[in-house]
Design a binder for this molecule. Structure first.
Ligand code: NI
Length: 159
């Protein structure tokens, strides 16, 4: 188990396009394990490659604490509906903002065995899929915030 350093807003890697993954390797498997460890350690519900300094199309998501997904080379196939709510990002610590996202998302991706699968999500899972896929294309949720970014009551600086 290894916790990796999470890159924060202002780091140029977060604004870059990620490369597709061609094949699974022991190093990539280790990256996946570390991404889950890092996400759970930070109480996040998703984490994307560039957030740990890897410009690769890989995302981990777990919106319930008991529903882990690995998405390699994810491609959103369908969206519908909309939801407006609070969103945050481990790369923008201590902040949140109001973002409108689709309420339903259907995504195609490869799992850690490089097998294609389809994942459908609603509400928080749909929001997380959109947010994490955006990371793979250099986009942060802060670009989508309606109104002002808010400081959350949780203050890292107080430690
Ligand atoms: Ni994020």
């Amino acid at each position: 188990m290894a916790i990796r350093k999470i890159r924060t807003q202002g780091d140029s890697i977060l604004a870059k396009e990620c490369r597709k993954i061609e094949k699974m390797t022991p190093k990539l498997q280790e990256l996946i394990d570390d991404m889950f460890d890092t996400m759970y350690d930070a109480y996040g519900v998703g984490l994307a490659g560039p957030q740990v300094g890897m410009l690769k199309q890989i995302v981990v998501i777990d919106t319930t604490g008991d529903d882990p997904h690995v998405l390699i080379n994810p491609e959103i196939l369908e969206t519908s509906g909309s939801q407006t709510g609070d969103e945050g990002c481990l790369s923008v610590p201590g902040m949140s903002g109001t973002v409108t996202r689709p309420n339903y998302v259907k995504v195609k991706a490869l799992n850690e065995n490089m097998e294609e699968f389809i994942l459908e999500g609603e509400e928080l899972l749909a929001r997380a899929i959109c947010h994490e896929v955006d990371h793979l294309h250099g986009r942060l949720y802060t670009e989508l915030v309606e109104g002002e970014l808010r400081r959350t009551s949780y203050e890292e600086d107080d430690e």
